[in-house]
Design a protein around this ligand. Structure first.
Ligand code: CP
Length: 331
């Protein structure tokens, strides 16, 4: 504890040192303890924040709203239909206005450059609630959940991401693991591996922290000695539905199922950022079943409802760790 990140934006973990990331996770754990014990912490009752969502959300939006209210803040939610940004008003102009009205801005949308420009022009802390490239607040929750299982020091633990290893969550996991000294394994088809540029950055970080980075298209290699099996939806927000057929063909071998998790350590846990296609109880899940005959996609019910699943604790930890980011940057 004791680090000062007041006034900083939270756009990607690449901007943060390992000590700063550990500090935010520690703080998230402390907020969780306080909430559980009923200790009031309305420490930011003079602050107002705005949440800009250009993509849909359940966990991120609710975590920002509940976290901000627990801290005593006022919150405004804007969806794409409720603001002028990008239609009648430029991003820079919108950022300058919001920066005069609010103490901080959350943004979920498409290009990473948008969240970076919001930070550049608003003059207040901006928090990345997911872009096409990164999902940094998700990482704090994931690492807190892993710590709750394996202890505070996660160095050397093997986390394997199965699936589209160049999506925003996988990119962020590679950065988080490199920063915190874990063994990160990207397990997926060669076509869906992270960019060379990001791998190069993460290798340089890993050389400093002792992290290990592994890239494989063999699910058995990914599962071997694995402590944390992680997966995500096979088609990310913003990608066209026409890609389902191609993506399913590529990613079917990387489904996290009973046979795969049995090859990991017996103490291994399963994480998923959610939402997950683990059954047919969604419109998309039912459509996929009708078109392709799949009962589940990236994870089966056997794993999702099994004893190693921790995804709902992980979802709760979104709120505690987002609260940590809000407090640390606005205090
Ligand atoms: N994990 C996550 O970002 O969930 P939402 O899309 O529901 O916010």
């Amino acid at each position: 504890m004791g680090l000062n990140i007041r006034g900083r934006s939270f756009l990607t973990l690449l901007d943060y040192t390992p000590e700063e990331i550990e500090y935010l996770i520690d703080l998230g754990a402390e907020f969780k303890r306080m909430k559980r014990c009923g200790v009031e912490h309305k420490w930011l009752s003079d602050k107002q924040i705005v949440l800009l969502f250009e993509k849909t959300s359940t966990r991120t939006r609710c975590s920002f709203e509940v976290g901000a209210r627990d801290l005593g803040m006022g919150v405004t939610f804007l969806d794409p239909g409720s603001s002028q940004m990008g239609k009648k008003e430029s991003l820079a102009d919108t950022a300058k206005v919001l920066g005069r009205l609010y103490d901080g801005i959350e943004y979920r949308g498409f290009k990473q450059s948008v969240v970076e420009d919001l930070a550049k022009y608003s003059g207040v802390p901006v928090w990345n609630g997911l872009t096409d490239d990164f999902h940094p607040t998700q990482m704090l929750a994931d690492m807190l959940t892993a710590r709750e299982e394996f202890g505070r020091d996660l160095r050397g633990r093997k986390l394997t991401f199965f699936g589209d290893a160049r999506n925003n969550v996988a990119n962020s996991l590679m950065v988080a693991c490199a920063k915190l000294g874990l063994h990160y394994c990207a397990c997926g088809p060669k076509e869906l591996m992270p960019s060379e540029a990001l791998i190069e950055k993460c290798c340089a970080i890993a050389a400093e922290t002792g992290a290990e980075l592994e890239f494989t298209d063999d699910p058995a290699c990914g599962a071997r000695d694995c402590d944390i099996l992680y997966t995500d939806i096979w088609l990310s927000m913003g990608e066209p539905a026409e890609l389902w057929e191609q993506r399913i063909a590529l990613l079917r071998p990387y489904q996290v199922n009973g046979a795969l998790i049995a090859q990991a350590k017996p103490t291994a846990i399963f994480l998923h950022c959610l939402p997950a296609f683990h059954d047919r109880n969604t419109t998309v899940g039912e459509e996929i079943y009708e078109r392709f005959g799949l009962e589940a996609m990236e994870v089966t019910d056997e794993v999702f409802l099994g004893p190693q699943a921790r995804q709902f604790r992980e979802a709760e930890n979104r709120m505690h760790t987002i609260k940590a980011v809000l407090w640390a940057t606005l205090q």
